[in-house]
Design a protein around this ligand. Structure first.
Ligand SMILES: [Zn+2]
Ligand SMILES: [Zn+2]
Length: 209
């Protein structure tokens, strides 16, 4: 098994302003435990200017003590045009980081350079919901190079349920190069936690071997 459907590496909470208000850290942990998840990673949207992190970190730590489920404290950080991530190093160094594109970079060169820098960043753990912009295509040769770069830098590719990404034809290339996969629901509400039915086609491509 190359992916584990009992592990969700991308869950939001009501620390942002666009998730369901009842998606508290406690309710998320309760739900994940109830549906039998082994791993729940909180990956709240962070910015360099955010200020809620100490409370978030404390709350996750306190509420996950003594539980069977493995609760991970993390952040989802935006990849900026220069390839840096929108997260202060004192957080990115310590906590799990999912780096994602949240603004469209229609210029293939800017997109590629930013992605390569994010992959080279030792603080980044997972590349989230990756796909090219509609303005350009990535050839299979380019996907191979991307996959090699990810392996070299020990980066994991997320299979994201919210966006149904990465593109299905990238998955065998990633797998054959030895890139590791993790599943992310990208839940913004309680019922979305640990739900991967929407990406069962992508999961079966991973597992086909
Ligand atoms: Zn995202
Ligand atoms: Zn997200």
């Amino acid at each position: 098994m190359l992916v584990d459907t009992k592990e969700d590496y991308h869950v939001h909470s009501n620390y942002n302003d666009h998730s369901a208000s009842d998606l508290t850290v406690k309710n998320a942990i309760d739900r994940a435990s109830k549906i039998g998840l082994k791993t729940l990673a909180f990956t709240e949207h962070i910015r360099r200017t955010s200020s809620w992190m100490p409370q978030y970190i404390h709350e996750i730590k306190t509420l996950s003590q003594g539980l069977k489920i493995n609760v991970i404290t993390g952040f989802e950080a935006k990849i900026l045009p220069d390839g840096s991530i929108d997260c202060l190093e004192n957080y990115s160094r310590i906590y799990m980081i999912v780096a994602s594109f949240h603004t469209a970079y229609p210029d293939k060169k800017i997109w590629t350079n930013a992605l390569m820098k994010a992959i080279e960043n030792p603080d980044v753990d997972i590349i989230g919901h990756l796909a090219p912009e509609p303005t350009f295509a990535i050839s299979s040769r380019e996907v191979e190079l991307l996959a090699s770069k990810m392996v070299e830098n020990e980066k994991i590719i997320e299979i994201n349920a919210k966006y149904h990404r990465p593109p299905s034809d990238w998955i065998p290339i990633f797998r054959d190069k030895g890139v590791k996969f993790r599943l992310g629901s990208d839940a913004h509400s309680i019922s979305e936690i640990g739900q991967f039915e929407k990406i069962s086609d992508l999961i079966s491509i991973v597992e086909k071997g």
